[in-house]
Design a protein around this ligand. Structure first.
Ligand SMILES: NC(=O)c1ccc[n+]([C@@H]2O[C@H](COP(=O)([O-])OP(=O)(O)OC[C@H]3O[C@@H](n4cnc5c(N)ncnc54)[C@H](O)[C@@H]3O)[C@@H](O)[C@H]2O)c1
Length: 250
């Protein structure tokens, strides 16, 4: 699918991978709506790219429905939805402070998994109203998983479970939405130098990058955004999760 004049929604667009994705999509000519819970950040990014900024908690059904409706009113129904919202927290199941709170698990599932399902259903409903393009394609939904979905570390049981749920949604959603020409794809980043990474690994040893086969450095959000643009353009990529990790296995 070509991005020129195409309406696109990016969630988690105030920071990190989402902010860079919003910039790349806008540079490619898309009409971008940036959604995030961080009002100052979303205002800054949407001004930079000349797009629409909406403050919204995307794990909330009514608020997200209203945000998608506002995006539709401004740019038309989106053919591209890139979901970059995420939260990372490390918790030991049992530690000197006691047993892990169940609410901490719920919080991660809410932000990482429930929000993904929430935008999936709302974006798909909008895409279904659009006429198909020449290729028969109506739209694409891209999720951000994590290599933790496959290789979670000690302390990541909740985060890994929330991302594993995202990975599991992709194939059945692609099978169902393929009937209307909508693709569903996941990207599983390795280590990217953003606030989420440093929240998860507070005492992160910078030598960790030596464990990445190549290149020996954190990923740059621009490399994530570049893959998003490729996935949008390449109609054969569907129903799968692409690792973007420099060969890093934990
Ligand atoms: N950085 C990494 O190394 C890495 C690795 C694997 C996966 N990921 C995933 O990539 C995605 C993007 O993360 P990032 O590294 O860019 O982090 P980031 O912290 O820079 O960005 C996450 C954004 O999500 C927003 N957000 C959080 N909860 C929200 C909510 N309920 N509603 C709306 N917005 C909300 C935050 O305000 C923030 O702007 C996340 O899903 C993260 O789990 C990141």
């Amino acid at each position: 699918m070509e991005l020129w004049q195409c309406a696109a929604v990016v969630t988690g667009a105030a920071s990190g991978l989402g902010a860079e994705t919003a910039r790349y999509l806008a540079e490619a000519g898309a009409k971008v709506t940036a959604i995030d819970i961080d009002a100052a950040g979303v205002d800054k990014v949407s001004r930079q790219i000349g797009g629409l900024g909406i403050v919204c908690d995307v794990s909330d059904a009514a608020a997200t429905e209203a945000a998608i409706a506002q995006a539709r009113q401004t740019h038309g129904a989106a053919r591209v939805l890139v979901h970059c919202v995420g939260r990372a927290e490390a918790h030991r199941l049992i530690s000197a402070e006691g047993v892990m709170e169940l609410d901490a698990f719920r919080r991660l599932v809410d932000v990482n998994l429930i929000s993904s399902f929430n935008v999936l259903r709302l974006a798909a409903a909008d895409m279904a109203t659009l006429p198909p393009l020449g290729s028969g394609e109506r739209g694409i939904i891209i999720f951000t998983a994590s290599v933790a979905a496959y290789e979670g570390q000690s302390g990541e049981t909740a985060y890994a479970a929330s991302k594993g749920g995202v990975v599991s949604m992709i194939l059945p959603a692609a099978r169902e939405l393929g009937r209307i020409g909508v693709r569903v794809v996941g990207i599983a980043p390795g280590l990217f130098g953003t606030p989420t990474l440093f929240a998860m690994e507070r005492n992160l040893d910078p030598r960790i990058v030596e464990d990445i086969p190549f290149p020996h450095r954190f990923g740059d959000p621009a490399e994530f955004a570049l893959l998003v643009v490729h996935v949008v353009k390449n109609v054969m990529i569907n129903g799968t999760v692409l690792r973007l990790d420099g060969g890093y296995h934990r």
